[in-house]
Each structure stands twice: as structure tokens, then as C-alpha cells.
Design a protein around this ligand. Structure first.
Ligand SMILES: [Zn+2]
Length: 219
């Protein structure tokens, strides 16, 4: 009967589209709203800066030299980051002297890079020990938070806190997100022997790598 063709009901396809479109719009909207939290932060490369080197031994006591400790941590960190597929540039890979300006210059060759300067500390007061993380800039602070938290949990040492530092050349001359990590005090007898061990140096590198990964992944 012709009457069937004049039914007030809309064709099935229109009904389905009518119900599906708002649903799709809702899903897209949810995806759009939630995407910034899920989106990884762009880290194109990590510049690993082993502090001191060559004629500059850095801090030292009883034959333990900062420049050797920093290089060992840097080499561990290089391997750990490469294993995660993160491109890496070393400011030095052996016992050579590199000026602070040159270190910053190496970092500035790349955009969206993260710059991590590795150091060990010393104090006239031999009782002082622990780890400190320095940053410059708001992104640096976020990276410092991630790394410092993991240094404390991996190394189980005193919390020397996270501090803003505007006067470190490797922090204020780099365009990248930059931090400087003081991994422990060689002036403290028990921390010096820990700092000089393979296990401690590896743990420092692991904490830094995990912190960078968290910074890359979470806001
Ligand atoms: Zn140093």
C-alpha cells in the first residue's frame, strides 16, 4: 500500500545516524579533553654532561675524583637511555676538559632537548651528605622534581632538596630544559665509599633515566 511510504517514521538509516552522531561527537570530545594529559612531552634528545674532566678533577678526597665518578654515571646513563630508544649526546665520553660555554653550546645545537649535568659534591664539614638537584626555568623544575624523587628512592640518602640556581653556566646558558644533579658528597667518609662503587654509580644513572622517562611521559 502506498500508505506505508508515507509513514511518519524516519527511515532506519536516519535514525541510526541521528543516534550515532551525538555519540561520536561525545567520544571525540572526551578524547580531545583528555589528550593533553596523556600526550607525551617532546624530548628529542638528552644531552648528558659529565662534570669536570682533564686538568679539572672537580671535588676529590683520598684518591676519589669527581671527574671519574661523573663520567662513570654518564656512561651508564647513556646506555640506559639508548636502551629506551632516546637519542643521546655526550659532552664528553672520556677524560677531557670541556669549557662550560662549550658544554652549553653542544646542548644548544638541538631543539626539544633535555640537558643533564652530573656532579658530585664536597663540603668543609665532613658530616654533610646527600643529593641535591638544581634547575633553572619552569620546565627544569618539573624535570628536577621527577629526577630528584627517584634519586632519593634509589640511593636512600639525605634529601638535599631541589633548588633553583640561576648562576650555573650549564643551566643559564642552555636553551634546553636543564638540571644539574649533585649525586653525593665525596667529603663524607661513608658517602665517598658509596659514590666510588659501581652499584651507587649505576643507581644514580638509573634514577636519572627513570626521572627523564617520567618527565617525558607525564605532565
Ligand atoms: Zn662538580
Amino acid at each position: 500500500m502506498h500508505a506505508l511510504n508515507t509513514s511518519p517514521h524516519r527511515p532506519l538509516s536516519v535514525q541510526v545516524i541521528g543516534r550515532t552522531l551525538p555519540l561520536l561527537a561525545g567520544i571525540l570530545c572526551l578524547l580531545f579533553i583528555s589528550s593533553p594529559a596523556l600526550e607525551a612531552r617532546k624530548v628529542s634528545r638528552v644531552i648528558i654532561d659529565a662534570g669536570h674532566g682533564g686538568h679539572d678533577p672537580g671535588a676529590g678526597k683520598n684518591g676519589v675524583e669527581e671527574k671519574k665518578l661523573t663520567l662513570n654515571v654518564a656512561l651508564h646513563l647513556e646506555k640506559l637511555l639508548k636502551a629506551k630508544g632516546i637519542p643521546v649526546t655526550m659532552t664528553r665520553s672520556n677524560d677531557t676538559f670541556i669549557s662550560l660555554a662549550k658544554r652549553a653550546e653542544i646542548g644548544n645545537e638541538y631543539s626539544n632537548a633535555v640537558f643533564v649535568s652530573i656532579h658530585f659534591n664536597a663540603n668543609r664539614d665532613a658530616r654533610v651528605y646527600g643529593v641535591e638537584t638544581y634547575y633553572y626555568g619552569s620546565q627544569g623544575r618539573k624535570l628536577a622534581n621527577h629526577v630528584h624523587l627517584r634519586l632519593l628512592s634509589h640511593l636512600k640518602t639525605r634529601d638535599g632538596r631541589i633548588r633553583q640556581q640561576k648562576n650555573f653556566a650549564v643551566l643559564n646558558q642552555t636553551k634546553s630544559t636543564a638540571i644539574l644533579v649533585e649525586c653525593g658528597y665525596v667529603s663524607n667518609t661513608s658517602e665517598r665509599s658509596r659514590c666510588n662503587s659501581y652499584a651507587y654509580q649505576y643507581s644514580c644513572a638509573k634514577a636519572i633515566a627513570d626521572g627523564i622517562w617520567a618527565y617525558k611521559t607525564y605532565n
